[in-house]
Design a binder for this molecule. Structure first.
Ligand SMILES: Cc1ncc(COP(=O)(O)O)c(C=O)c1O
Length: 383
C-alpha cells in the first residue's frame, strides 16, 4: 500500500468550479488587488473574527510586514523559536532585527517558562509560532508581553483553523501572519499570505506599504514595496474558505485515529500532550520516536511517506553563525530534531491507510497492534 504525503493532485482533481471563478476574474481584467482580493480579505477576516485582513504575496511577507507594523526597528531584538520554518527567522532578519531564540516545550511550541530570561532592554516583540498547526500557549505569551510592554506577532502561517478556547489563533497578537502556501490548511495555487489585525492604524499602514505606499495612482504617502496578494490566488482562496471546516475536521479525525493507534507504543513513540481547549489542525502530525532514522527508512520501504520537520534546528544552521549560538543552547529543541517524525494525516487519507501506518510502526518496534481504534465508514480494519 502507498501512503503519500502529498495530496494536492487529489485535492484539486475536480477544479471545474475554480476555473469558473477564474473565468469571471479574467473577464473583469481586475488583475491587481481589486474586488476579488477584497472579497477574500473580507471572508478571511470574518472567519477569524478579526477586523482587518490584508493579502500579501507570501506568508513570509505577511510576517515581515507585521513586524514592521508593530514598530520593530533595525537592531531591535525579537524573541522566537529555533524549531520553525526558516521563514520565521528570515522575516525577523529582513525587518532588520536580531532573532533571540527560546527553547521548545514538549508540544514542539515555544517554552513560555523560558521567555522572561530572554528579554533584554532591546527586546521589541515576541513571535510565537503555532508550529505544525498546533496552538502555542498564546495566553501565557500575551501575559508576559503585556507585563513587559512588548508586542506579540503570531506566526500563524501553518495554523488556519487552529483555536484556543474557541478563539482563532492569529487574533491574539497585535498584527499576525498566515500563509496560503500549497502545504498549508488553506492552500492556493502558488504563493499567498495574509496579515491580520484589529488595529485600524496598523491595517491602514499595511495596505499602503504592501502596494508601494501609494495612496492613489499619483500620490506616494510612504516608501513601500510590492507584495500584493495575486487576484488568481484570492479567487482560489475564496472558494476554498467554504471547505475549511471540513478539511480541518477530517485532519483532526485522522490525527485522533493515529493518536489512539499509537498510544500503546509509549516508550518508543511519544505523542505530544494535547491540552483541553486547544484545537490543532495538524498541518504537521508530529511525534517523537526511538531510532527515528531507522523507522523513517522502514516506513519508506513500506510505501509510507513520512518526513522530518526538521533535522537541523535554525540556531545550528550555517546562516545563524553570526548569532553566536552553539549546540547545547536549546537542548529540548535539539533532542526533538533527532527524534521528531511527521506522519501523513491529511484529509485525503483513508482509514485503511492510517491503520496501515499504525501497523507498520508496530511492526518496526515488534509489538502487536491491540489498541481498539474507532471504525469509520469504508475503513477496512487491518488487524
Ligand atoms: C511557521 C512558518 N512561518 C512562515 C512560513 C512562510 O510562509 P510562506 O511560504 O507563505 O512564505 C511558513 C510556511 O512556509 C511556516 O511554516
Amino acid at each position: 500500500m502507498r501512503v503519500p504525503y502529498a495530496y494536492l493532485d487529489q485535492q484539486f482533481a475536480d477544479a471545474e468550479a475554480y476555473f469558473k471563478d477564474l473565468r469571471r476574474l479574467v473577464a473583469s481584467g481586475e488583475f491587481t488587488l481589486g474586488p476579488f482580493v477584497e472579497e477574500f480579505e473580507h471572508k478571511f477576516a470574518a472567519y477569524l473574527g478579526v477586523k482587518h485582513a490584508i493579502g500579501t504575496n507570501t506568508g513570509t511577507d505577511a510576517l515581515m510586514l507585521a513586524l514592521k507594523a508593530v514598530g520593530v526597528q533595525p537592531d531591535d531584538e525579537v524573541i522566537t523559536v529555533p524549531n520553525t520554518f526558516i521563514a520565521t527567522v528570515g522575516a525577523v532578519i529582513a525587518a532588520g532585527a536580531r532573532p533571540v531564540f527560546v527553547d521548545s516545550d514538549d508540544r514542539y511550541q515555544i517554552d513560555v517558562t523560558k521567555i522572561a530570561a530572554a528579554i533584554t532592554p532591546r527586546t521589541r516583540a515576541i513571535v510565537p509560532v503555532h508550529w505544525g498547526g498546533c496552538p502555542a500557549d498564546i495566553e501565557a505569551v500575551l501575559a508576559i508581553a503585556n507585563e513587559r510592554g512588548l508586542a506579540v506577532v503570531e506566526d500563524a502561517c501553518p495554523a488556519v483553523g487552529a483555536r484556543v478556547r474557541g478563539r482563532s489563533v492569529g487574533t491574539f497578537g497585535r498584527v499576525n501572519a498566515f500563509s496560503l502556501h500549497p502545504l498549508k490548511p488553506l492552500n492556493v495555487w502558488g504563493d499567498g499570505g495574509v496579515a491580520v489585525t484589529d488595529d485600524d492604524k496598523a491595517a491602514a499602514w499595511l495596505r499602503l506599504y504592501r502596494n508601494h505606499g501609494l495612496r492613489d495612482r499619483d500620490h506616494v504617502e510612504l516608501w513601500g514595496v510590492n507584495t500584493r496578494l495575486q487576484p488568481v490566488q484570492a479567487v482560489v482562496a475564496s472558494r476554498l474558505m467554504g471547505q475549511i471546516p471540513e478539511i480541518v475536521a477530517t485532519r483532526i479525525r485522522n490525527a485522533h485515529r493515529l493518536d489512539a493507534g499509537l498510544a500503546d507504543l509509549a516508550g518508543s513513540v511519544r505523542v505530544p500532550r494535547r491540552p483541553e481547549g486547544y484545537r490543532e489542525v495538524y498541518q504537521l502530525y508530529l511525534i517523537s520516536v526511538e531510532r527515528r532514522d531507522a523507522l523513517l527508512a522502514f516506513l519508506t520501504k513500506q510505501g509510507i511517506e513520512a518526513k522530518v520537520h526538521y533535522p537541523v534546528p535554525l540556531h545550528l544552521q550555517e546562516a545563524a553563525a553570526t548569532l553566536g549560538y552553539r549546540r547545547g543552547d536549546f537542548p529540548v529543541c535539539e533532542r526533538q530534531a533527532d527524534e521528531v517524525l511527521t506522519l501523513p494525516a491529511h484529509q485525503h487519507l483513508t482509514a485503511r491507510q492510517i491503520d496501515y501506518i499504525i501497523e507498520a510502526i508496530h511492526a518496526f518496534y515488534r509489538r502487536p497492534v491491540h489498541t481498539r481504534r474507532p471504525a469509520s465508514a469504508g475503513a477496512g480494519m487491518a488487524s
